[in-house]
Design a protein around this ligand. Structure first.
Ligand code: SAH
Length: 237
């Protein structure tokens, strides 16, 4: 009798501490949306709502969780990084993704950006070149309920022919040129966002809109620093 009493007390304490931790993350997420997103130029209500929803702390290692909502990128496994929340929001905002549209991500990493996209549309395809990251993200996304996200371990340079064409493509690794297969797999009226430029220094976040066929509109959004895209892209130019 006495023993079970203590067990119940310990369980209640553990529950309340888990709850307190959740509250802290929710508070930090709210601050991030208000100060770092709304406080800058993130105005799309859908993007703000999604960024206020996805539990970013569950995409990083336990010891980094307390920094999950800070205004900077965070390391993930394999020497890669998860972008600053503002950059995730900005890239999502410029894509102007509609709930009926199909989107391809190159560079799954932790799966955080894929989860953000999956809150907007259930047609999310994502490619990761590093097998351990692809496997980890696949498990994580399933556990968190993002069951419709399709992940492939491959070089994203070649896109994902099987599911092409896409309404939007988001490349989350830096490249010195746009992989031609990605332009090809974009629908007319489709948008592609990519950090373009030197892969050892800064890049320009570049938005490409495929007006029709080879007719492209190119817009420069802002300066960014991403980890390099590897594989085929490094053999060309
Ligand atoms: N979007 C991720 C962060 C991306 S970091 C997130 O939300 O966590 C960039 C990722 O791109 C890394 O995981 C890296 O392994 C991957 N990458 C680099 N080159 C690639 C390529 N050619 N194809 C697919 N993924 C690539």
């Amino acid at each position: 009798m006495k023993k079970s009493f203590y067990v119940i007390i310990i369980l209640l304490l553990a529950l309340s501490s888990a709850r307190a931790e959740e509250d802290l993350f929710a508070k930090a997420r709210k601050r991030m949306v208000e100060a770092d997103l709304k406080g800058r130029d993130i105005t799309d209500p859908a993007v703000l709502s999604v960024m206020g929803k996805v539990p970013r702390q569950l995409f990083v290692a336990r010891e980094l969780q307390k920094s999950a909502y800070n205004d900077h990128p965070l390391p993930i496994a394999e020497g890669q990084t998860i972008s600053q929340p503002y950059i995730v929001a900005l890239m999502t905002q410029v894509l102007k993704l509609k709930p009926t549209e199909k989107v391809l991500e190159i560079g799954t990493g932790s799966g955080y950006q894929a989860a953000v996209l999956a809150e907007i549309t259930d047609k999310v395809y994502t490619i990761e070149i590093r097998k351990p990251l692809a496997e980890e993200a696949s498990v994580r996304l399933k556990e968190l309920g993002y069951k419709d996200v399709k992940i492939k371990n491959a070089d994203g340079y070649f896109g994902w022919e099987e599911y092409a064409p896409f309404d939007a493509i988001i490349v989350t690794a830096a490249a010195n040129h746009i992989p031609p297969p990605l332009i090809k797999q974009l629908k007319d009226g489709g948008r592609l966002i990519i950090p373009l430029g030197s892969t050892t220094y800064y890049q320009t976040l570049t938005l490409v809109t495929k007006i029709k066929g080879d007719d492209l509109r190119v817009e420069h959004i802002t300066s960014v620093a991403f980890v390099p895209m590897t594989g085929e892209v490094q053999k060309k130019r």
